[in-house]
Design a protein around this ligand. Structure first.
Ligand code: SF4
Ligand code: SF4
Length: 407
């Protein structure tokens, strides 16, 4: 298997921004950040950028006109034809041949809820196709049913809330409080900019009060890279969001409040091991902005949705798929998140993972929604539904919601 060891001496140009400070020739002055009151909502800026981006506008129109499922089928056909041309066996066959434990569900330890597709950002790699134009949100009825499933299921320890921007869903606070009251650890998958959106002034304090673990996206510590991947104005707001989290104790040793950051590549390459980037992130963020955090999770970009579209546009989908397949790691396949996670969509459908959810690939077995289940235990031992996108989870260090193998 291809060696994925990542050393500074061999860092490609696209990752130069992630070198430790001592490697940089000249250190630019960190930009002055506006105070909270100076940040207007990011939504108008995101909508403006979307309106200027013909591809995103067209994509949104296609999603509305043809539905996610039709687009997903087209995407899967392109990937499968490409893998056939490369002579690659199916993902399931490759796992079996490598002696990986059969791809069947274990008792769930994580219940992940995608509680809404609305987001104040519209990132270029978003696998959920989120933006301020998406209005789908989890209802209270579905949220309450998910809490009932927490009560009836014997093994779930974590409630993982994602979106869109989950904090902007009206059910967010209800879910956090109910799960916390039951001794279940809550994870908030936070885009950071939401912390400075008007109306979210109490969010950092609320998260701290409920000891929510915050897992936040920050694909680089340079403004240029973050803004080009996630949209203009995102970097400054993300930095202020991190400072607000630090102010209430997140990422501060001894506070018991965990703040993890997520890196994902900004190009056609795999995420390096987190151990090779974490120090650089910590040094840069501490020195430039006084920010501290706990751990860095490094994730690959999945070859689906906006990232897949971008690869097709660049003519690089085959290169990326070849990269993923060539870096297949049986150890990562053993630890796939779909083995012990149940993923629920905003309207209550059940999936093996958030990626399958966005592709409309329902779990195997008769249950389709949370209202068909008496307990999550009923899903135990079901066959996991895998397809051509799954190579993204087993490349290199692997890539799941909890990070790669070395996270
Ligand atoms: S990647 Fe996250 S922050 Fe960006 S548009 Fe998608 S849901 Fe929003
Ligand atoms: S995409 Fe989902 S189902 Fe496929 S391997 Fe990854 S976690 Fe499992």
């Amino acid at each position: 298997m291809r060696s994925l060891v990542f050393r500074n001496a061999a860092v490609p140009d696209r990752l130069r921004c992630l070198l430790p400070r001592s490697s940089a020739k000249v250190r630019a002055q960190p930009p002055r950040l506006p105070e909270w009151e100076e940040f207007p909502s990011l939504v108008p800026e995101t909508l403006h950028e979307m309106s200027e981006d013909e591809e995103l506008t067209q994509l949104h129109a296609d999603v509305i006109a043809r539905g996610q499922l039709a687009l997903t089928e087209k995407e899967d056909t392109i990937r499968r034809e490409m893998l056939d041309r490369l002579g690659v066996a199916s993902f399931a066959a490759t796992c079996a041949e490598a002696g990986v434990t059969p791809l069947r569900r274990a008792p769930a330890s994580i219940l992940q809820l995608n509680i809404g597709l609305y987001c104040n950002q519209a990132c270029r790699h978003c696998h959920v196709e989120s933006s301020p134009k998406r209005t789908e949100m989890m209802s209270h009825e579905v949220a309450r049913r998910c809490i009932e499933l927490l009560d009836s299921s014997s093994t779930v320890e974590t409630l993982d809330l994602t979106g869109g921007a989950p904090e902007l869903c009206p059910e967010f606070a209800y879910l956090v409080k109910e799960a916390t009251a039951r001794g279940v650890q809550v994870i908030d998958r936070c885009n950071l900019t939401v912390l400075v959106e008007p109306g979210q002034e109490g969010l950092a304090g609320f998260l701290a009060e409920n000891k929510v673990r915050v897992v936040a996206s920050l694909p680089c510590y340079s403004k240029e890279n973050v803004d080009s991947q996630r949209g203009g104005g995102v970097f400054a707001r993300s930095i202020r969001g991190l400072q607000l989290l630090n102010e209430v104790g997140y990422g501060v040793p001894g506070s018991g409040l965990t703040l993890d950051l997520v890196y994902n590549p900004g190009g056609v390459f795999l995420a390096p091991p987190s151990s090779s980037l974490e120090c650089a992130y910590k040094d840069e963020l501490k020195e430039a902005y006084g920010i501290t955090f706990n751990s860095l999770l490094c994730l690959n970009n999945m070859p689906i949705k906006r990232w897949s579209d971008e690869l097709v546009r660049m003519g690089k989908l085959d290169e990326y798929m070849e990269l993923l397949v060539g870096a297949f790691n049986p150890a990562a396949a053993e630890g796939l998140m779909c083995r012990a996670t149940v993923s629920i969509g905003w309207s209550g459908e059940i999936y093996d993972c958030d990626f399958n959810q966005q592709l409309g690939l329902a779990v195997s077995g008769p249950a389709r929604t949370v209202f068909d289940l008496g307990s999550l235990d009923e899903l135990n031992d079901n066959r996991i539904v895998v397809a051509s996108h799954c190579w993204g989870c087993t490349a290199g260090n692997g890539s799941g919601c909890q990070g790669g193998l070395d996270a």
